[in-house]
Design a protein around this ligand. Structure first.
Ligand SMILES: Nc1ccn([C@@H]2O[C@H](COP(=O)(O)OP(=O)(O)OP(=O)(O)O)[C@@H](O)[C@H]2O)c(=O)n1
Length: 584
């Protein structure tokens, strides 16, 4: 831009004019624009692409502000000791020489800015997470001691692989397990009604019809089915009739096999721990119920060729697993107590002295009730009286010996066995122990497995020796049936783990007693539902390269870079300051 366009004035005159102009524009928005122009011209040369022609900058002021084409100073500037030369520019000439005023440049600029704004807006809006909608699934665990209803939920748009399934509600059915209703099957169905009503409240109405409802029965029904299959069928009929009255998508009630119970418990634990998705070392699962107990783990020493009935193979998230699992029917804690007491009362005595119950504990028990289970029925003494007096003596060491009597360690046709001639590969930790393992060890305050096993046994020894009256006084809130059995249950757990499964003083610390993982109960139900709804993909899902915030950031940065590029590309059109700004 030729310097001739600038028309410098004498300092004195300029000063006067400045004041005149300032007076005219005082409070006018023109102040800001003028200050902006001055600032641009005072930018260090290094950041300016070419020397600015000071007069050209007037053209950057929008037309209404660039008139009258006289530069004013903000009050701050006019008060500073620095004096400024006043500049007057011929407006018409300026317009002709400044390409920023050409319609094409203005249109390109406007379109460029609009395109960038549109790009960023679309990036933000299109990828904005939608308000979360959920899907639901209901699983009823019809266990030997009780039934529990679990409600799971997961994000609706991600059900085929990536959404996390979480437990939202647990309802414990009042009364015993459904197998206890063999003589009055209708009551088995009725017992489920309250929890089903609760489920109707927890699952939004518009999701009811698409919410799958499963009922899986475990060892209690396995035993009833063995003892009396028609009674078991009637219980299922009653249960089905009751469940079908509810608006959910009923998927059937069935007895799940011990192998499935073990495998689904293992899936639940490792799914909740996110070990499957990330392909991490898995955690073995130890599940202790009332009528059966399961052990499941992956071992490098087990490929399924030895005792294939203990092998379950999976392909989950792109990884192959060869799981060892075994379910010991009758080795849940209620049935094992029966087996131990059957052993103690083989001769049918009128009094049974029991080292696994507290001193001072006395109860009258019925022989026919004790032997009313396929786990012990064949051992019922012939000439026993109807009842016997059950007396506690609280001796841990004797209790341990009595508990051991329920395990058979004599025969093993495999390379190594746990008990009862069942193959068990070398233990490979870590392990999660849940259900009754947790209830019992938590009550006894023995969940810390870093405490040496000998100390754990010592604590249990003292607990067992404590008088029953004192125990009842200390725990008035605990159900008497549970309370009376914790000495036996603790002893059984330690014996099962160490003598049965061969945990040593060292490997005992690999066990973690758990109830919940990230808000969901550890147990077979979640794994069961994940399997039946195909919620765990065999292959690792394709994940988007960038999460939503990352995507928006990248698009925004690209948009800003494009904008800068666009501005720089117009460099030939940039206005210039004069080499010697007219500011003194
Ligand atoms: N606070 C509690 C709750 C339960 N229990 C015991 O824990 C066992 C129940 O465990 P659970 O996993 O619920 O077993 P079920 O599902 O009923 O049994 P199964 O899986 O063998 O059918 C029962 O022996 C019960 O007496 C306990 O000792 N303390």
């Amino acid at each position: 831009m030729p310097n001739s366009v600038l028309k410098g004035r004498s300092t004195r005159k300029t000063h006067t004019h400045t004041h005149d102009y300032y007076n005219r524009l005082s409070g006018h928005e023109g102040k800001t624009s003028s200050l902006f122009l001055l600032s641009l011209c005072y930018l260090p040369r290094s950041i300016l692409p070419s020397p600015f022609h000071f007069h050209s900058l007037f053209s950057l002021i929008p037309p209404p502000l660039s008139l009258p084409l006289s530069l004013s100073l903000s009050p701050q500037f006019s008060r500073s000791p620095v004096s400024v030369n006043f500049i007057e520019v011929d407006n018409r000439e300026m317009k002709e020489m400044n390409p920023w005023h050409t319609p094409v440049t203005i249109i390109i600029t406007v379109i460029g800015v609009m395109a960038i704004v549109a790009l960023v807006t679309v990036a933000v809006l299109q990828n904005r997470p939608l308000p979360q909608k959920y899907k639901y699934g209901i699983v009823m665990d019809a266990g030997s001691s009780h039934t529990a209803l679990y409600i799971y939920e997961w994000p609706a748009e991600k059900d085929n692989n990536t959404g996390r399934v979480e437990q939202t509600h647990l309802c414990k059915v009042k009364g015993p397990g459904i197998s206890s209703y063999a003589s009055a099957p209708v009551k088995a169905g009725e017992s489920l009604r309250l929890c089903m009503e609760e489920a109707k409240q927890w699952v939004p109405g518009k999701r009811h019809h698409q919410t799958p409802l499963y009922l899986g029965a475990t060892a209690g029904m396995r035993l009833l089915n063995m003892a009396n299959s028609s009674a078991s069928d009637k219980v299922f009929q009653a249960v089905e009739g009751a469940l079908q009255k509810f608006p959910f998508s009923y998927q059937g009630a069935k007895i799940i096999s011990g192998q499935d119970e073990g495998a689904f418990g293992w899936i639940t634990v490792n799914y909740l721990d996110e070990r499957l998705k990330q392909g991490l070392e898995t955690r073995g699962a130890l599940d202790l119920g009332g009528a059966s107990t399961q052990i499941s783990f992956v071992s490098d020493n087990y490929d399924g060729s030895e005792s294939p009935s203990n092998s379950v193979t999976f392909r989950l998230y792109g990884n192959d697993y060869n799981l060892y699992t075994h379910s010991f029917l009758c080795y849940g804690k209620d049935q094992s107590l029966r087996m131990m007491q059957a052993h103690q009362s083989q001769a049918g005595p009128a009094t049974v002295l029991d080292p696994c119950f507290h001193p001072g504990y006395t109860a009258t028990k019925n022989y026919s009730v004790l032997y009313d289970s396929p786990c012990v029925s064949d051992r019922k003494p012939k000439d026993a009286p109807d009842t016997f007096t059950h007396i506690g003596i609280g001796d841990f060491l004797q209790c341990q010996a009595a508990v051991k009597s329920v395990f058979n360690f004599t025969s093993c046709k495999y390379s190594r066995c746990s008990f009862n001639g069942v193959l068990q590969p070398l233990l490979q930790g870590p392990y999660g122990a849940f259900s009754a393992y947790y209830f019992v060890m938590n009550f006894l305050n023995l969940t810390d497995t870093s405490v040496p096993l000998e100390d754990v046994k010592e604590k249990l020894k003292r607990y067992c020796a404590t008088n029953w009256d004192q125990i009842m006084q200390q725990h008035p809130e605990v159900k008497l049936k549970y309370l009376a059995e914790y000495c036996f249950s603790g002893t059984y757990i330690l014996t099962l783990l160490t003598e049965g499964y061969n945990f040593t003083s060292e490997s005992y610390s690999d066990i973690k007693f758990i109830k919940k993982i990230k808000g969901s109960d550890a147990g077979w139900t979640l794994g069961y539902m994940l399997n039946l709804t195909n919620m765990i993909p065999a292959e690792a899902p394709d994940t988007p390269l960038l999460p939503h915030p990352g995507y928006v950031s990248v698009v925004s940065v690209i948009a800003v870079l494009l904008f800068i590029l666009f501005i720089v590309s117009l460099r030939p059109l940039w206005p210039r300051c004069s080499k010697q700004p007219q500011i003194v």
